[in-house]
Design a protein around this ligand. Structure first.
Ligand code: ZN
Length: 326
């Protein structure tokens, strides 16, 4: 059987989705969840192409018909992608209102109007509410595809109206194999930074200075234990990574540290009050990073955003320790 999904690790999800679609059991809204770099966008784009292809129902888009050609040219009138505008880091209510009114229109070619909402987890609260109205009373012939890395950031009311497709990263052996096929030299270290996500690993390996990012990770650890100043870390990170990358990596690295503390508490290696305070502080730091990530930082320089959030985290550290020693 041909491997019809965009990537080899998506085969099962693709088979299920195309089967549902062929049997007209596809929900009007699909939520594709998975970490960055596992190929959600390519999956969604190919899914849209499949649903609009003149050969549908089929296992995959034909790539030849007039509709497939419109999709390839990016000019299909029934297909829309919503994503961050310019330097925004949120999807605004205006974008969702515009989308909703587009979806009300009859499809030019039919059978569907299809919209992909990239980074749906970055919709503002007002945007979520606006989308909810569309999800509650969906126009007859529309298919919405939401992509999300952090499902917890989406309200339960949206979850409950979407059919979910989980898109996990492949096991590391398959991921490394795939990266080597793409001629990525430092496959293993790149994959570590990308937390197992092959596409992100490929981008990292091609575009980034991996040893320098490893150094930032070490400095982040030092910062959390109070050995590195917020300003110095902010400056070094802003040199290498943009706002979202910095905040996302800080969150990943902190989550790893929380896990370490939990393991050491669970297996009795550490039962001290100190470890519990540390864990409490790490989760407060995570909350501050999360807030900063959700805040519309578009007009601020990365350095200013990082300085702000790192100073807040440092104050939180002092406060937590003071409360617990009182
Ligand atoms: Zn086609």
């Amino acid at each position: 059987m041909a491997n019809d999904a965009p990537y080899p690790w998506q085969h099962e999800q693709w088979a299920q989705m195309s089967q549902s679609a062929a049997n007209s059991r596809l929900h009007h809204a699909t939520l594709i969840s998975g970490q960055a770099g596992v190929g959600k966008r390519d999956f969604a784009a190919m899914m849209a192409k499949l649903l609009l292809c003149l050969e549908f129902p089929a296992q995959q888009p034909c790539g030849q018909c007039a509709r497939c050609q419109l999709m390839q040219a990016g000019t299909h009138p029934d297909f829309t992608v919503v994503d961050w505008l310019d330097k925004a880091t949120v999807i605004s209510v205006d974008q969702i209102r515009k989308l909703s009114s587009q979806l009300q229109l009859t499809a030019t070619y039919g059978p569907y109007r299809i919209a992909i909402i990239n980074r749906a987890d970055s919709m503002t609260a007002a945007a979520c509410n606006s989308l909810l109205k569309t999800l509650e009373e969906p126009p007859g012939s529309c298919a919405l595809i939401l992509l999300s890395e952090r499902d917890a950031a989406l309200p339960a009311t949206i979850h409950s109206r979407c059919q979910r497709i989980l898109m996990p990263a492949p096991d590391s052996q398959s991921a490394i194999g795939w990266l080597q096929q793409q001629e990525i030299a430092e496959a293993e270290i790149a994959l570590e930074f990308a937390r197992g996500a092959p596409l992100l690993a490929a981008t990292f390996a091609r575009e980034r200075d991996l040893p320098a990012i490893a150094n930032i990770r070490e400095q982040w650890r030092q910062f959390l234990v109070g050995e590195k100043s917020p300003a110095a870390l902010a400056a070094e990170s802003a040199n290498l990574l943009d706002t979202r990358e910095s905040l996302t990596l800080f969150m990943q690295w902190t989550t790893d540290l929380v896990k370490n503390v939990e393991f050491s508490l669970a297996d009795g290696r550490s039962s001290s009050e100190g470890a519990r305070i540390e864990r409490k502080f790490f989760s407060q730091a995570l909350q501050l990073l999360q807030q900063s990530l959700r805040f519309d930082n578009a007009s601020l320089k990365t350095l200013a955003v990082l300085e702000g959030v790192l100073a807040d985290i440092r104050i939180q550290r002092i406060r937590t320790r003071a409360e617990n020693s009182a």
